[in-house]
Design a protein. Structure first.
Length: 432
C-alpha cells in the first residue's frame, strides 16, 4: 500500500512539473539547447575559416611552390607547411583536417604538357570528416583544371613545350618526321596567335580551352589511409552533451526542491500529513519523481546526441550505471536542499547557488579537459564533476565498471547521506 501511495505522489509531482511550462523549459529544453550550442562552438560549426590543410613539399621546385601559393590564396583552405611525418601525426590525432604531400617530380609533371605525365599528389584526410574530404578534393581538382587551362591558353608556355618536344624527337625519318612537321606548323600558328593576343585574348582562350584541354587529366589524387587515434573525445558533442545532462539535473533539482516549499505554503503537505500517509512515504514519492525525471532527461539527451549528433557509446553498461547513480545522488541532494529554505525564494536561491557553484567547478560550464589544474583539484569535491566524469567515461574516456566505481560510490553515498539528512530535518519540522 505504501509503495502504491509513493508512486501516486511521484505521479502527481511529475504531472505538476510537466504542466509548469517554465520548469519544463529549464529541465528539458534549456539543457538540450546548451548541449547543442556548446557542441557546435567546440566543433567550429558555422566558421568560414576554411579547411585546415598541412602541406609537405618534397619536390621543392618552383612549380610546387607556385602550386602551394595558389592553394594558400584559396578562401576554402587554411594552409600550413610541415614535414609529412608531423602532418600525418596531426591528422591522426584530429588536430587538423587533412594533409597534402607533394612528391618529387610533381613540378616537372605540372610543367609538361605533351609528355603524357600527370601531376600526382598524396592526400590524407581525417576519416571522421567526410564532408570536408569531398570539399577538399573538389577544391584541388578545380585548381588543377584552372592551371591546365592557363597553360593551354599561354602561347609562350606552349611554344616552350613544342621546342622541348622537337629536341626530344630529333630530325628522324618516317612518322617522326611528320610529327616534326606538325609541331613546326603548330609553333608557327602559336607565334601568329601570340602576336594577335592583345586584340582577341578572350577568343583565343576559349578556343584553346575547348579544343585542347578535353581528354587531359589535370591531377591524380592518391588517397592515404590514416587511422585516427582513439584517444580523447571523437566528437565535440561528446563533451557538450554530458554538460547538457548536468544542466538537466540542475533544472530538476531546482523544480522539485521548490515544489516542496510550494506545497507547504498551499497546504498540500498539511493535507497529506492528515491522511494515513507517513512522512517517509511522502518524501519517498518526491525522491522517486526526482529520480525518474533525472533518468528520463539524461536518457533523452543522450538519445538525441546518438541519433542526431553521431555520439558513439563506448560502454552501454557504464552509461546506464552512470545515469542511475547520478539520479540517485542528486535526488538525495534535492531532498536536502529542499528543506534548507522555509520560503520559495530562499529554497530557490539556495538550490541555484549551490548547484551553480558545483557546476562552475565540476565541469558544467567549462569542460573538464580545458580546466586549469587548480580548478580541477577544487572540482574533485563537486558532485557535478563525479557525474560528468561518469558520463564521459561511457563515451570517450573508455571506462570499465571498475574505473567507474569511485565516482559511482561517491554519488550513491551523496544520495543516501543527503536524503537521510533531509528526511531528518523534514520530520522534525512542524507542518501547518
Amino acid at each position: 500500500m505504501k509503495i502504491i501511495t509513493m508512486f501516486q505522489i511521484c505521479k502527481k509531482d511529475m504531472l505538476l512539473m510537466v504542466r509548469d511550462k517554465s520548469a519544463l523549459f529549464f529541465t528539458v529544453v534549456f539543457p538540450l539547447l546548451m548541449a547543442i550550442f556548446f557542441g557546435t562552438v567546440f566543433s567550429g560549426g558555422g566558421s568560414s575559416s576554411g579547411i585546415s590543410l598541412v602541406i609537405s613539399d618534397q619536390d621543392n621546385s618552383l612549380e610546387s611552390k607556385a602550386y602551394i601559393e595558389t592553394l594558400t590564396k584559396s578562401a576554402a583552405l587554411r594552409v600550413t607547411l610541415l614535414d609529412e611525418e608531423i602532418a600525418s601525426e596531426k591528422v591522426r590525432k584530429g588536430k587538423i583536417s587533412a594533409m597534402l604531400v607533394i612528391p618529387k617530380g610533381f613540378g616537372a609533371a605540372r610543367e609538361s604538357i605533351f609528355d603524357g605525365v600527370t601531376p600526382e599528389i598524396k592526400l590524407g584526410i581525417d576519416p571522421g570528416k567526410k564532408a570536408a574530404a569531398g570539399m577538399l578534393q573538389g577544391v584541388l581538382m578545380a585548381q588543377a583544371a584552372k592551371d591546365m587551362q592557363s597553360k593551354f591558353t599561354d602561347t609562350s608556355q606552349m611554344m616552350k613545350e613544342v621546342d622541348k618536344s622537337l629536341v626530344l624527337i630529333g630530325n628522324d625519318s618516317g612518322e617522326q618526321s611528320e610529327l616534326v612537321g606538325f609541331l613546326g606548323s603548330l609553333k608557327k600558328w602559336m607565334k601568329s596567335e601570340e602576336d594577335k593576343q592583345s586584340t582577341n585574348d578572350s577568343d583565343t582562350k576559349s578556343s584553346a580551352t575547348t579544343n585542347t584541354s578535353n581528354g587531359f587529366m589535370p591531377l591524380i589524387i592518391n588517397n592515404v589511409d590514416i587511422i585516427k587515434e582513439k584517444k580523447g573525445p571523437q566528437n565535440p558533442y561528446a563533451i557538450s552533451f554530458p554538460q547538457g545532462m548536468v544542466w538537466g539535473i540542475i533544472g530538476a533539482i531546482s523544480t522539485f526542491s521548490l515544489a516542496l516549499i510550494t506545497e507547504a505554503r498551499d497546504g498540500t503537505l498539511s493535507r497529506l500529513s492528515a491522511a494515513p500517509i507517513s512522512r517517509m512515504t511522502i518524501l519517498g514519492g518526491k525522491a522517486l519523481a526526482s529520480f525518474l525525471t533525472i533518468t528520463g532527461i539524461s536518457s533523452l539527451l543522450m538519445t538525441v546526441g546518438i541519433v542526431i549528433f553521431n555520439i558513439s557509446i563506448h560502454s552501454w553498461t557504464v552509461l546506464i550505471v552512470s545515469i542511475l547513480s547520478a539520479a540517485i545522488g542528486f535526488s538525495g541532494l534535492m531532498m536536502f536542499l529542499a528543506v534548507l529554505g522555509k520560503t520559495e525564494k530562499a529554497a530557490s536561491g539556495i538550490s541555484w547557488a549551490v548547484m551553480i557553484v558545483m557546476a562552475m567547478t565540476g565541469g558544467g560550464m567549462i569542460p573538464l579537459m580545458l580546466m586549469p589544474k587548480w580548478m580541477g583539484a577544487v572540482g574533485d569535491f563537486s558532485p557535478i564533476k563525479w557525474a560528468v566524469v561518469s558520463f564521459e567515461g561511457s563515451l570517450w574516456r573508455q571506462y570499465t565498471l571498475v574505473d567507474l566505481l569511485p565516482s559511482t560510490l561517491l554519488l550513491l553515498t551523496l544520495g543516501v547521506v543527503a536524503f537521510t539528512l533531509g528526511s531528518y530535518i523534514f520530520n522534525r519540522r512542524e507542518i501547518r
